[in-house]
Design a protein around this ligand. Structure first.
Ligand code: PLP
Length: 371
């Protein structure tokens, strides 16, 4: 092989040239406070029930093209028809499918509008297929900037808007009235309301079975104790749901994932609710721990995430590094627009928070130095 670029490289999508792949450190850690998971373990009796059901799977057979029983359960939960529920291999796949079906024609690629900062996969997936990306910065309080959103919607007429509520990485819960007004004012734009973290803001869901027909609800089981099985979904108006089904890869939900998701939804919802409740309680403790850092400003936390702005800003990467050296992973988000000096810390179990508390009590004071 020569050192020259291979001849096929000219066929690569130009938009991939400056695209960085999604990166999450995969290291053994004592405390995983960097990935916004539900940290609480499932009790042994639930794991035993799941093991029995998984053992009964005929591994040589394809699963349903889409798992009908799981689809029906989710439809029941949302008071809609099963055909309106589209299942994805995580909501990451739903994002890619929505972008694919609303991407416009080859000559005029669609524009998508994103508040900034928000979940990175919206931009990464849109960029990968060459869509235009319009970013509207959040305001000082990390709330949606209503006038700027209205201007961008009016002037750029995007095909899609993604609104994560609560948002990642800010943990903020954007104004419900403003969002519903924007949806009503722009019927030619599809609004995807991503409620990945809504379990941590009880009573705040925007979902209504009689929603407008440019409204898509997106959800995932990843943040409620089931990140390992990769099940995400959306509820879309019938015509859009039909288009999504045209591009969805068949068999995208592995049978073990479908079986586990069904078991949890049908039989272990009370256990799951208790895990979420404990996580919400531990969020208060995490906020109290971070609030004791010198000069830290905390933002209101409505997901299983606490965002803290450190002073001086250079303390953010130093703190991440110092904690990583002790096996505690957090995310330094200080490089994102508007988040100078910020770290994002996911809620951990009580034991993980004990470790964090002990590590913070023992930090090298140089972390807070101005230089
Ligand atoms: C706002 C938001 N939406 C969607 C996802 C993707 O979730 P999954 O693909 O695990 O369903 C994430 C993951 O962090 C997220 O933060």
């Amino acid at each position: 092989m020569s050192g020259d670029a291979p001849a096929w490289r000219r066929h690569l999508r130009p938009s991939l040239r400056d695209l960085e792949a999604y990166h999450v450190p995969s290291v053994d850690a004592l405390a995983r406070l960097h990935a916004n998971e539900c940290p609480e373990p499932w009790p042994a009796e639930v794991m035993a029930d799941i093991a029995e059901r998984v053992a009964a799977i005929d591994l040589g057979r394809y699963p349903d093209r889409t798992p009908l029983r799981l689809r029906a359960r989710l439809a029941e939960r949302h008071g809609c028809r099963p055909e309106e529920v589209i299942l994805g291999n995580g909501s990451d796949e739903i994002i890619a499918l929505l972008l694919a079906v609303l991407s416009g024609d080859g000559e005029r690629p669609s524009a998508i509008l994103l508040p900034s900062p928000t979940f990175v996969m919206y931009e990464l997936s849109a960029h990968a297929i060459g869509l235009q990306i319009i970013k509207v910065p959040l305001d000082q309080d990390l709330e949606l900037d209503g006038p700027a959103m209205r201007r961008a919607l009016r002037e750029r007429a995007p095909a899609l808007v993604f609104l994560a509520r609560p948002n990642n990485p800010t943990s903020s819960l954007w104004d419900r009235r403003l969002i519903m007004e924007l949806v009503a004012e722009h019927p030619a734009t599809v609004f995807v309301i991503d409620e990945a973290y809504i379990a941590y803001a009880p009573g705040e869901s925007l979902w209504r079975a009689d929603r407008p027909d440019n409204y898509v609800h997106m959800g995932t089981l990843s943040k409620v104790g089931l990140a390992a099985i990769r099940v995400g979904y959306c509820v879309a108006p019938p015509a859009l749901a039909a288009a999504l089904e045209q591009v969805r890869p068949p068999y995208n939900i592995p049978e073990p994932s479908a079986v586990i998701a069904e078991a949890i939804l049908e039989r272990h919802g009370d256990v799951q609710a208790a895990m979420i409740e404990r996580t919400i309680a531990n969020r208060d403790r995490l906020a109290a721990i971070l609030g004791r850092l010198p000069g830290a400003r905390l933002f209101p936390a409505r997901a299983n995430i606490v965002l803290a702005r450190l002073d001086p800003p250079a303390a953010a990467p130093r703190l991440r590094e110092a904690l990583a050296a002790r096996g505690i992973l957090i995310k330094d988000v200080s490089g994102l627009a508007g988040l100078s000096g910020c770290v994002r810390v996911s809620v951990g179990t009580a034991a993980e928070l004990d470790l964090l508390e002990a590590a913070l009590a023992d930090l090298d004071p140089a972390i807070w130095s101005e230089r």
